[in-house]
Each structure stands twice: as structure tokens, then as C-alpha cells.
Design a protein. Structure first.
Length: 253
């Protein structure tokens, strides 16, 4: 049985709007995420999911207010640019703890946690899709964050890899009490693993417990839902998002 949510909000988004030039991508978004929640954010291509995450992380300008209470770890949307960067798994994962004297022990522990024991010296570019996503998760959690934000972490990963990855997230959420916000195209997995679902398409169309909302409700909200599901069965990532260094991320109190 999933543990109950704490009543303390750790992410507060108020009247958030984002424009790129004249085009409004996000409009008047309001929500709170409570400690220990596991939120799945779903919506069609171009809905503004990555934009929402990048606003929350302070990576792009926005109107409105975002309050983050705690330390954040981030797993960006997969891009070929990230994978080809000539860097070892150790150097990739240790970024947030590079100033710690015992960084190697810390990184080894987290690599073991994500099932990449002994992979430290491998080049990131030689990892499989699933291994790379686990290395990204290791980097996101190595600094012991309170909140982990992931942008389509399952893209390019096979079904087995996906299930394993979601199990890891479930453990982080259940055992360590880490609050998770995850953008996903895998609606089945979101309804199976997440406690809360948010449906985004420029505005926030719905936000509530997965046990109270069904995929049919979402179908009513998004007329194009069927097309959307089909379109994503062969989903390929087109966007290249850079990996920000979040070690200096401001903590709003
Ligand atoms: N830096 C940018 N400059 C201009 N337009 C942008 C920029 N970033 C995103 N957009 C546009 O904003 C809209 C939302 O993009 P976003 O990447 O947030 O969508 P998404 O929901 O994450 O889509 P996907 O499912 O494909 O990842 C799209 O129309 C996109 O082209
Ligand atoms: Mg995106």
C-alpha cells in the first residue's frame, strides 16, 4: 500500500505563463505538489511539458511564481548530444558531488543502487539506452535531493528496462520519501506507478490522484487522445535539451 502524502507542499506554481516570442506555450498554470508525491505529467507533443519543467528549474524566463522547497535532482529529456559527450560514467555522475572528498565512495554507492555497479570507468556514449537513463538517474540522486524531476526518462528504453526504471523510482519515492515529478508518454505506467496525474496541454486540464482519474477521463479531456497514444507508440525524441549544472540551483524557502 502506498504511503500517504504529507500535507507540506514542496513545489508551488502560481499563475505560470511562458511565451516564446508571440506564441504562448503555457497559460496560467497553478498547482502544488506535496512531499512524497509521485506525479506523472502527461500531454501530447508540444503541450509544454518540457517547458513547464524547465520553468520550474529556473532554466527559462517565465511569468508567475515558482517555489521549490528543497534540493532538486533533474533527469533531462534524452538527446543524442548527451550520449555522445566523451565523458566517463564517474565524471558524469559525480558532477553534483565533485567537491566532496569521498566522491568516489558516494558515486559507487549510487551506481550500485541503480544497478550500474562497476560501470564507473565506461564512457557514457557506450551505454545502452536503459543504462544511460539509469546513469542519469544516478546523477540526479547522488546529491541526495528532496525532489527529483524527470523528463520522459523512459524514451528509447525497452519494456524490461522501463519496468526496472519505474521500480527504482518507486523505491526512491517509497523508501527514501523523495518527491517525484515525471513527464511520461507511457500512460499505462503512469496510472500504474504514479500517485497523482497531471494532464497538460498549454493549460492544466486535470490534476488529481490516479486512483480517482481513469484513462477514459483523459480521453474526454483530450479529443485527440487516441491519435496521441498511437503517435507515441513509435515516439522518437527530437529535442536536444542541454544538461544544466544544478549544483547552484537556488533553493526558495
Ligand atoms: N526555446 C524555444 N524557443 C521557441 N519555441 C520553443 C522553445 N522551446 C519549446 N518551444 C515550443 O514550445 C512548445 C512546447 O514545447 P515543449 O518542448 O515544452 O513540449 P513537450 O510537451 O515537452 O513536447 P514533447 O512531448 O515533444 O517533448 C512547442 O511548440 C515548441 O516548439
Ligand atoms: Mg518534452
Amino acid at each position: 500500500m502506498a504511503s500517504s502524502l504529507n500535507d507540506e507542499p514542496v513545489v508551488i506554481v502560481k499563475n505560470l505563463s511562458v511565451k516564446f516570442g508571440e506564441i504562448e506555450v503555457l497559460k496560467d498554470i497553478n498547482f502544488k505538489v506535496y512531499k512524497k508525491d509521485f506525479v506523472g505529467i502527461i500531454g501530447p507533443n508540444g503541450a509544454g511539458k518540457s517547458t513547464l519543467i524547465r520553468s520550474i528549474l529556473g532554466m527559462i524566463p517565465y511569468e508567475g511564481e515558482v517555489i521549490l522547497k528543497g534540493k532538486v535532482g533533474y533527469v533531462p529529456q534524452l538527446s543524442s548530444f548527451n550520449r555522445e559527450f566523451p565523458i566517463s560514467v564517474y565524471d558524469f555522475v559525480r558532477l553534483p558531488v565533485r567537491k566532496e572528498k569521498n566522491w568516489k565512495a558516494i558515486v559507487d554507492e549510487v551506481l550500485t543502487k541503480v544497478g550500474l555497479e562497476g560501470f564507473g570507468k565506461r564512457l557514457v556514449g557506450t551505454l545502452s539506452g536503459g543504462q544511460y537513463q539509469r546513469a542519469s538517474l544516478a546523477r540526479a540522486i547522488v546529491g541526495k535531493p528532496d525532489i527529483v524531476i524527470l523528463d520522459e526518462p523512459e524514451s528509447g528504453v525497452d519494456e524490461m528496462g522501463k519496468a526496472r526504471f519505474y521500480d527504482l523510482l518507486y523505491e526512491l519515492n517509497e523508501d527514501l520519501g523523495i518527491t517525484i515529478l515525471m513527464v511520461s508518454h507511457d500512460i499505462g505506467m503512469v496510472f500504474e506507478k504514479c500517485k497523482t496525474v497531471m494532464c497538460l496541454n498549454k493549460t492544466l486540464h486535470c490534476h488529481g490522484p490516479t486512483r480517482e482519474i481513469s484513462p477514459e477521463d483523459i480521453k474526454k479531456l483530450f479529443g485527440e487522445f487516441d491519435i496521441w497514444i498511437r503517435a507515441h507508440s513509435h515516439y522518437e525524441v527530437e529535442h536536444a535539451h542541454e544538461n544544466p549544472d544544478l549544483s547552484n540551483l537556488k533553493e526558495n524557502k
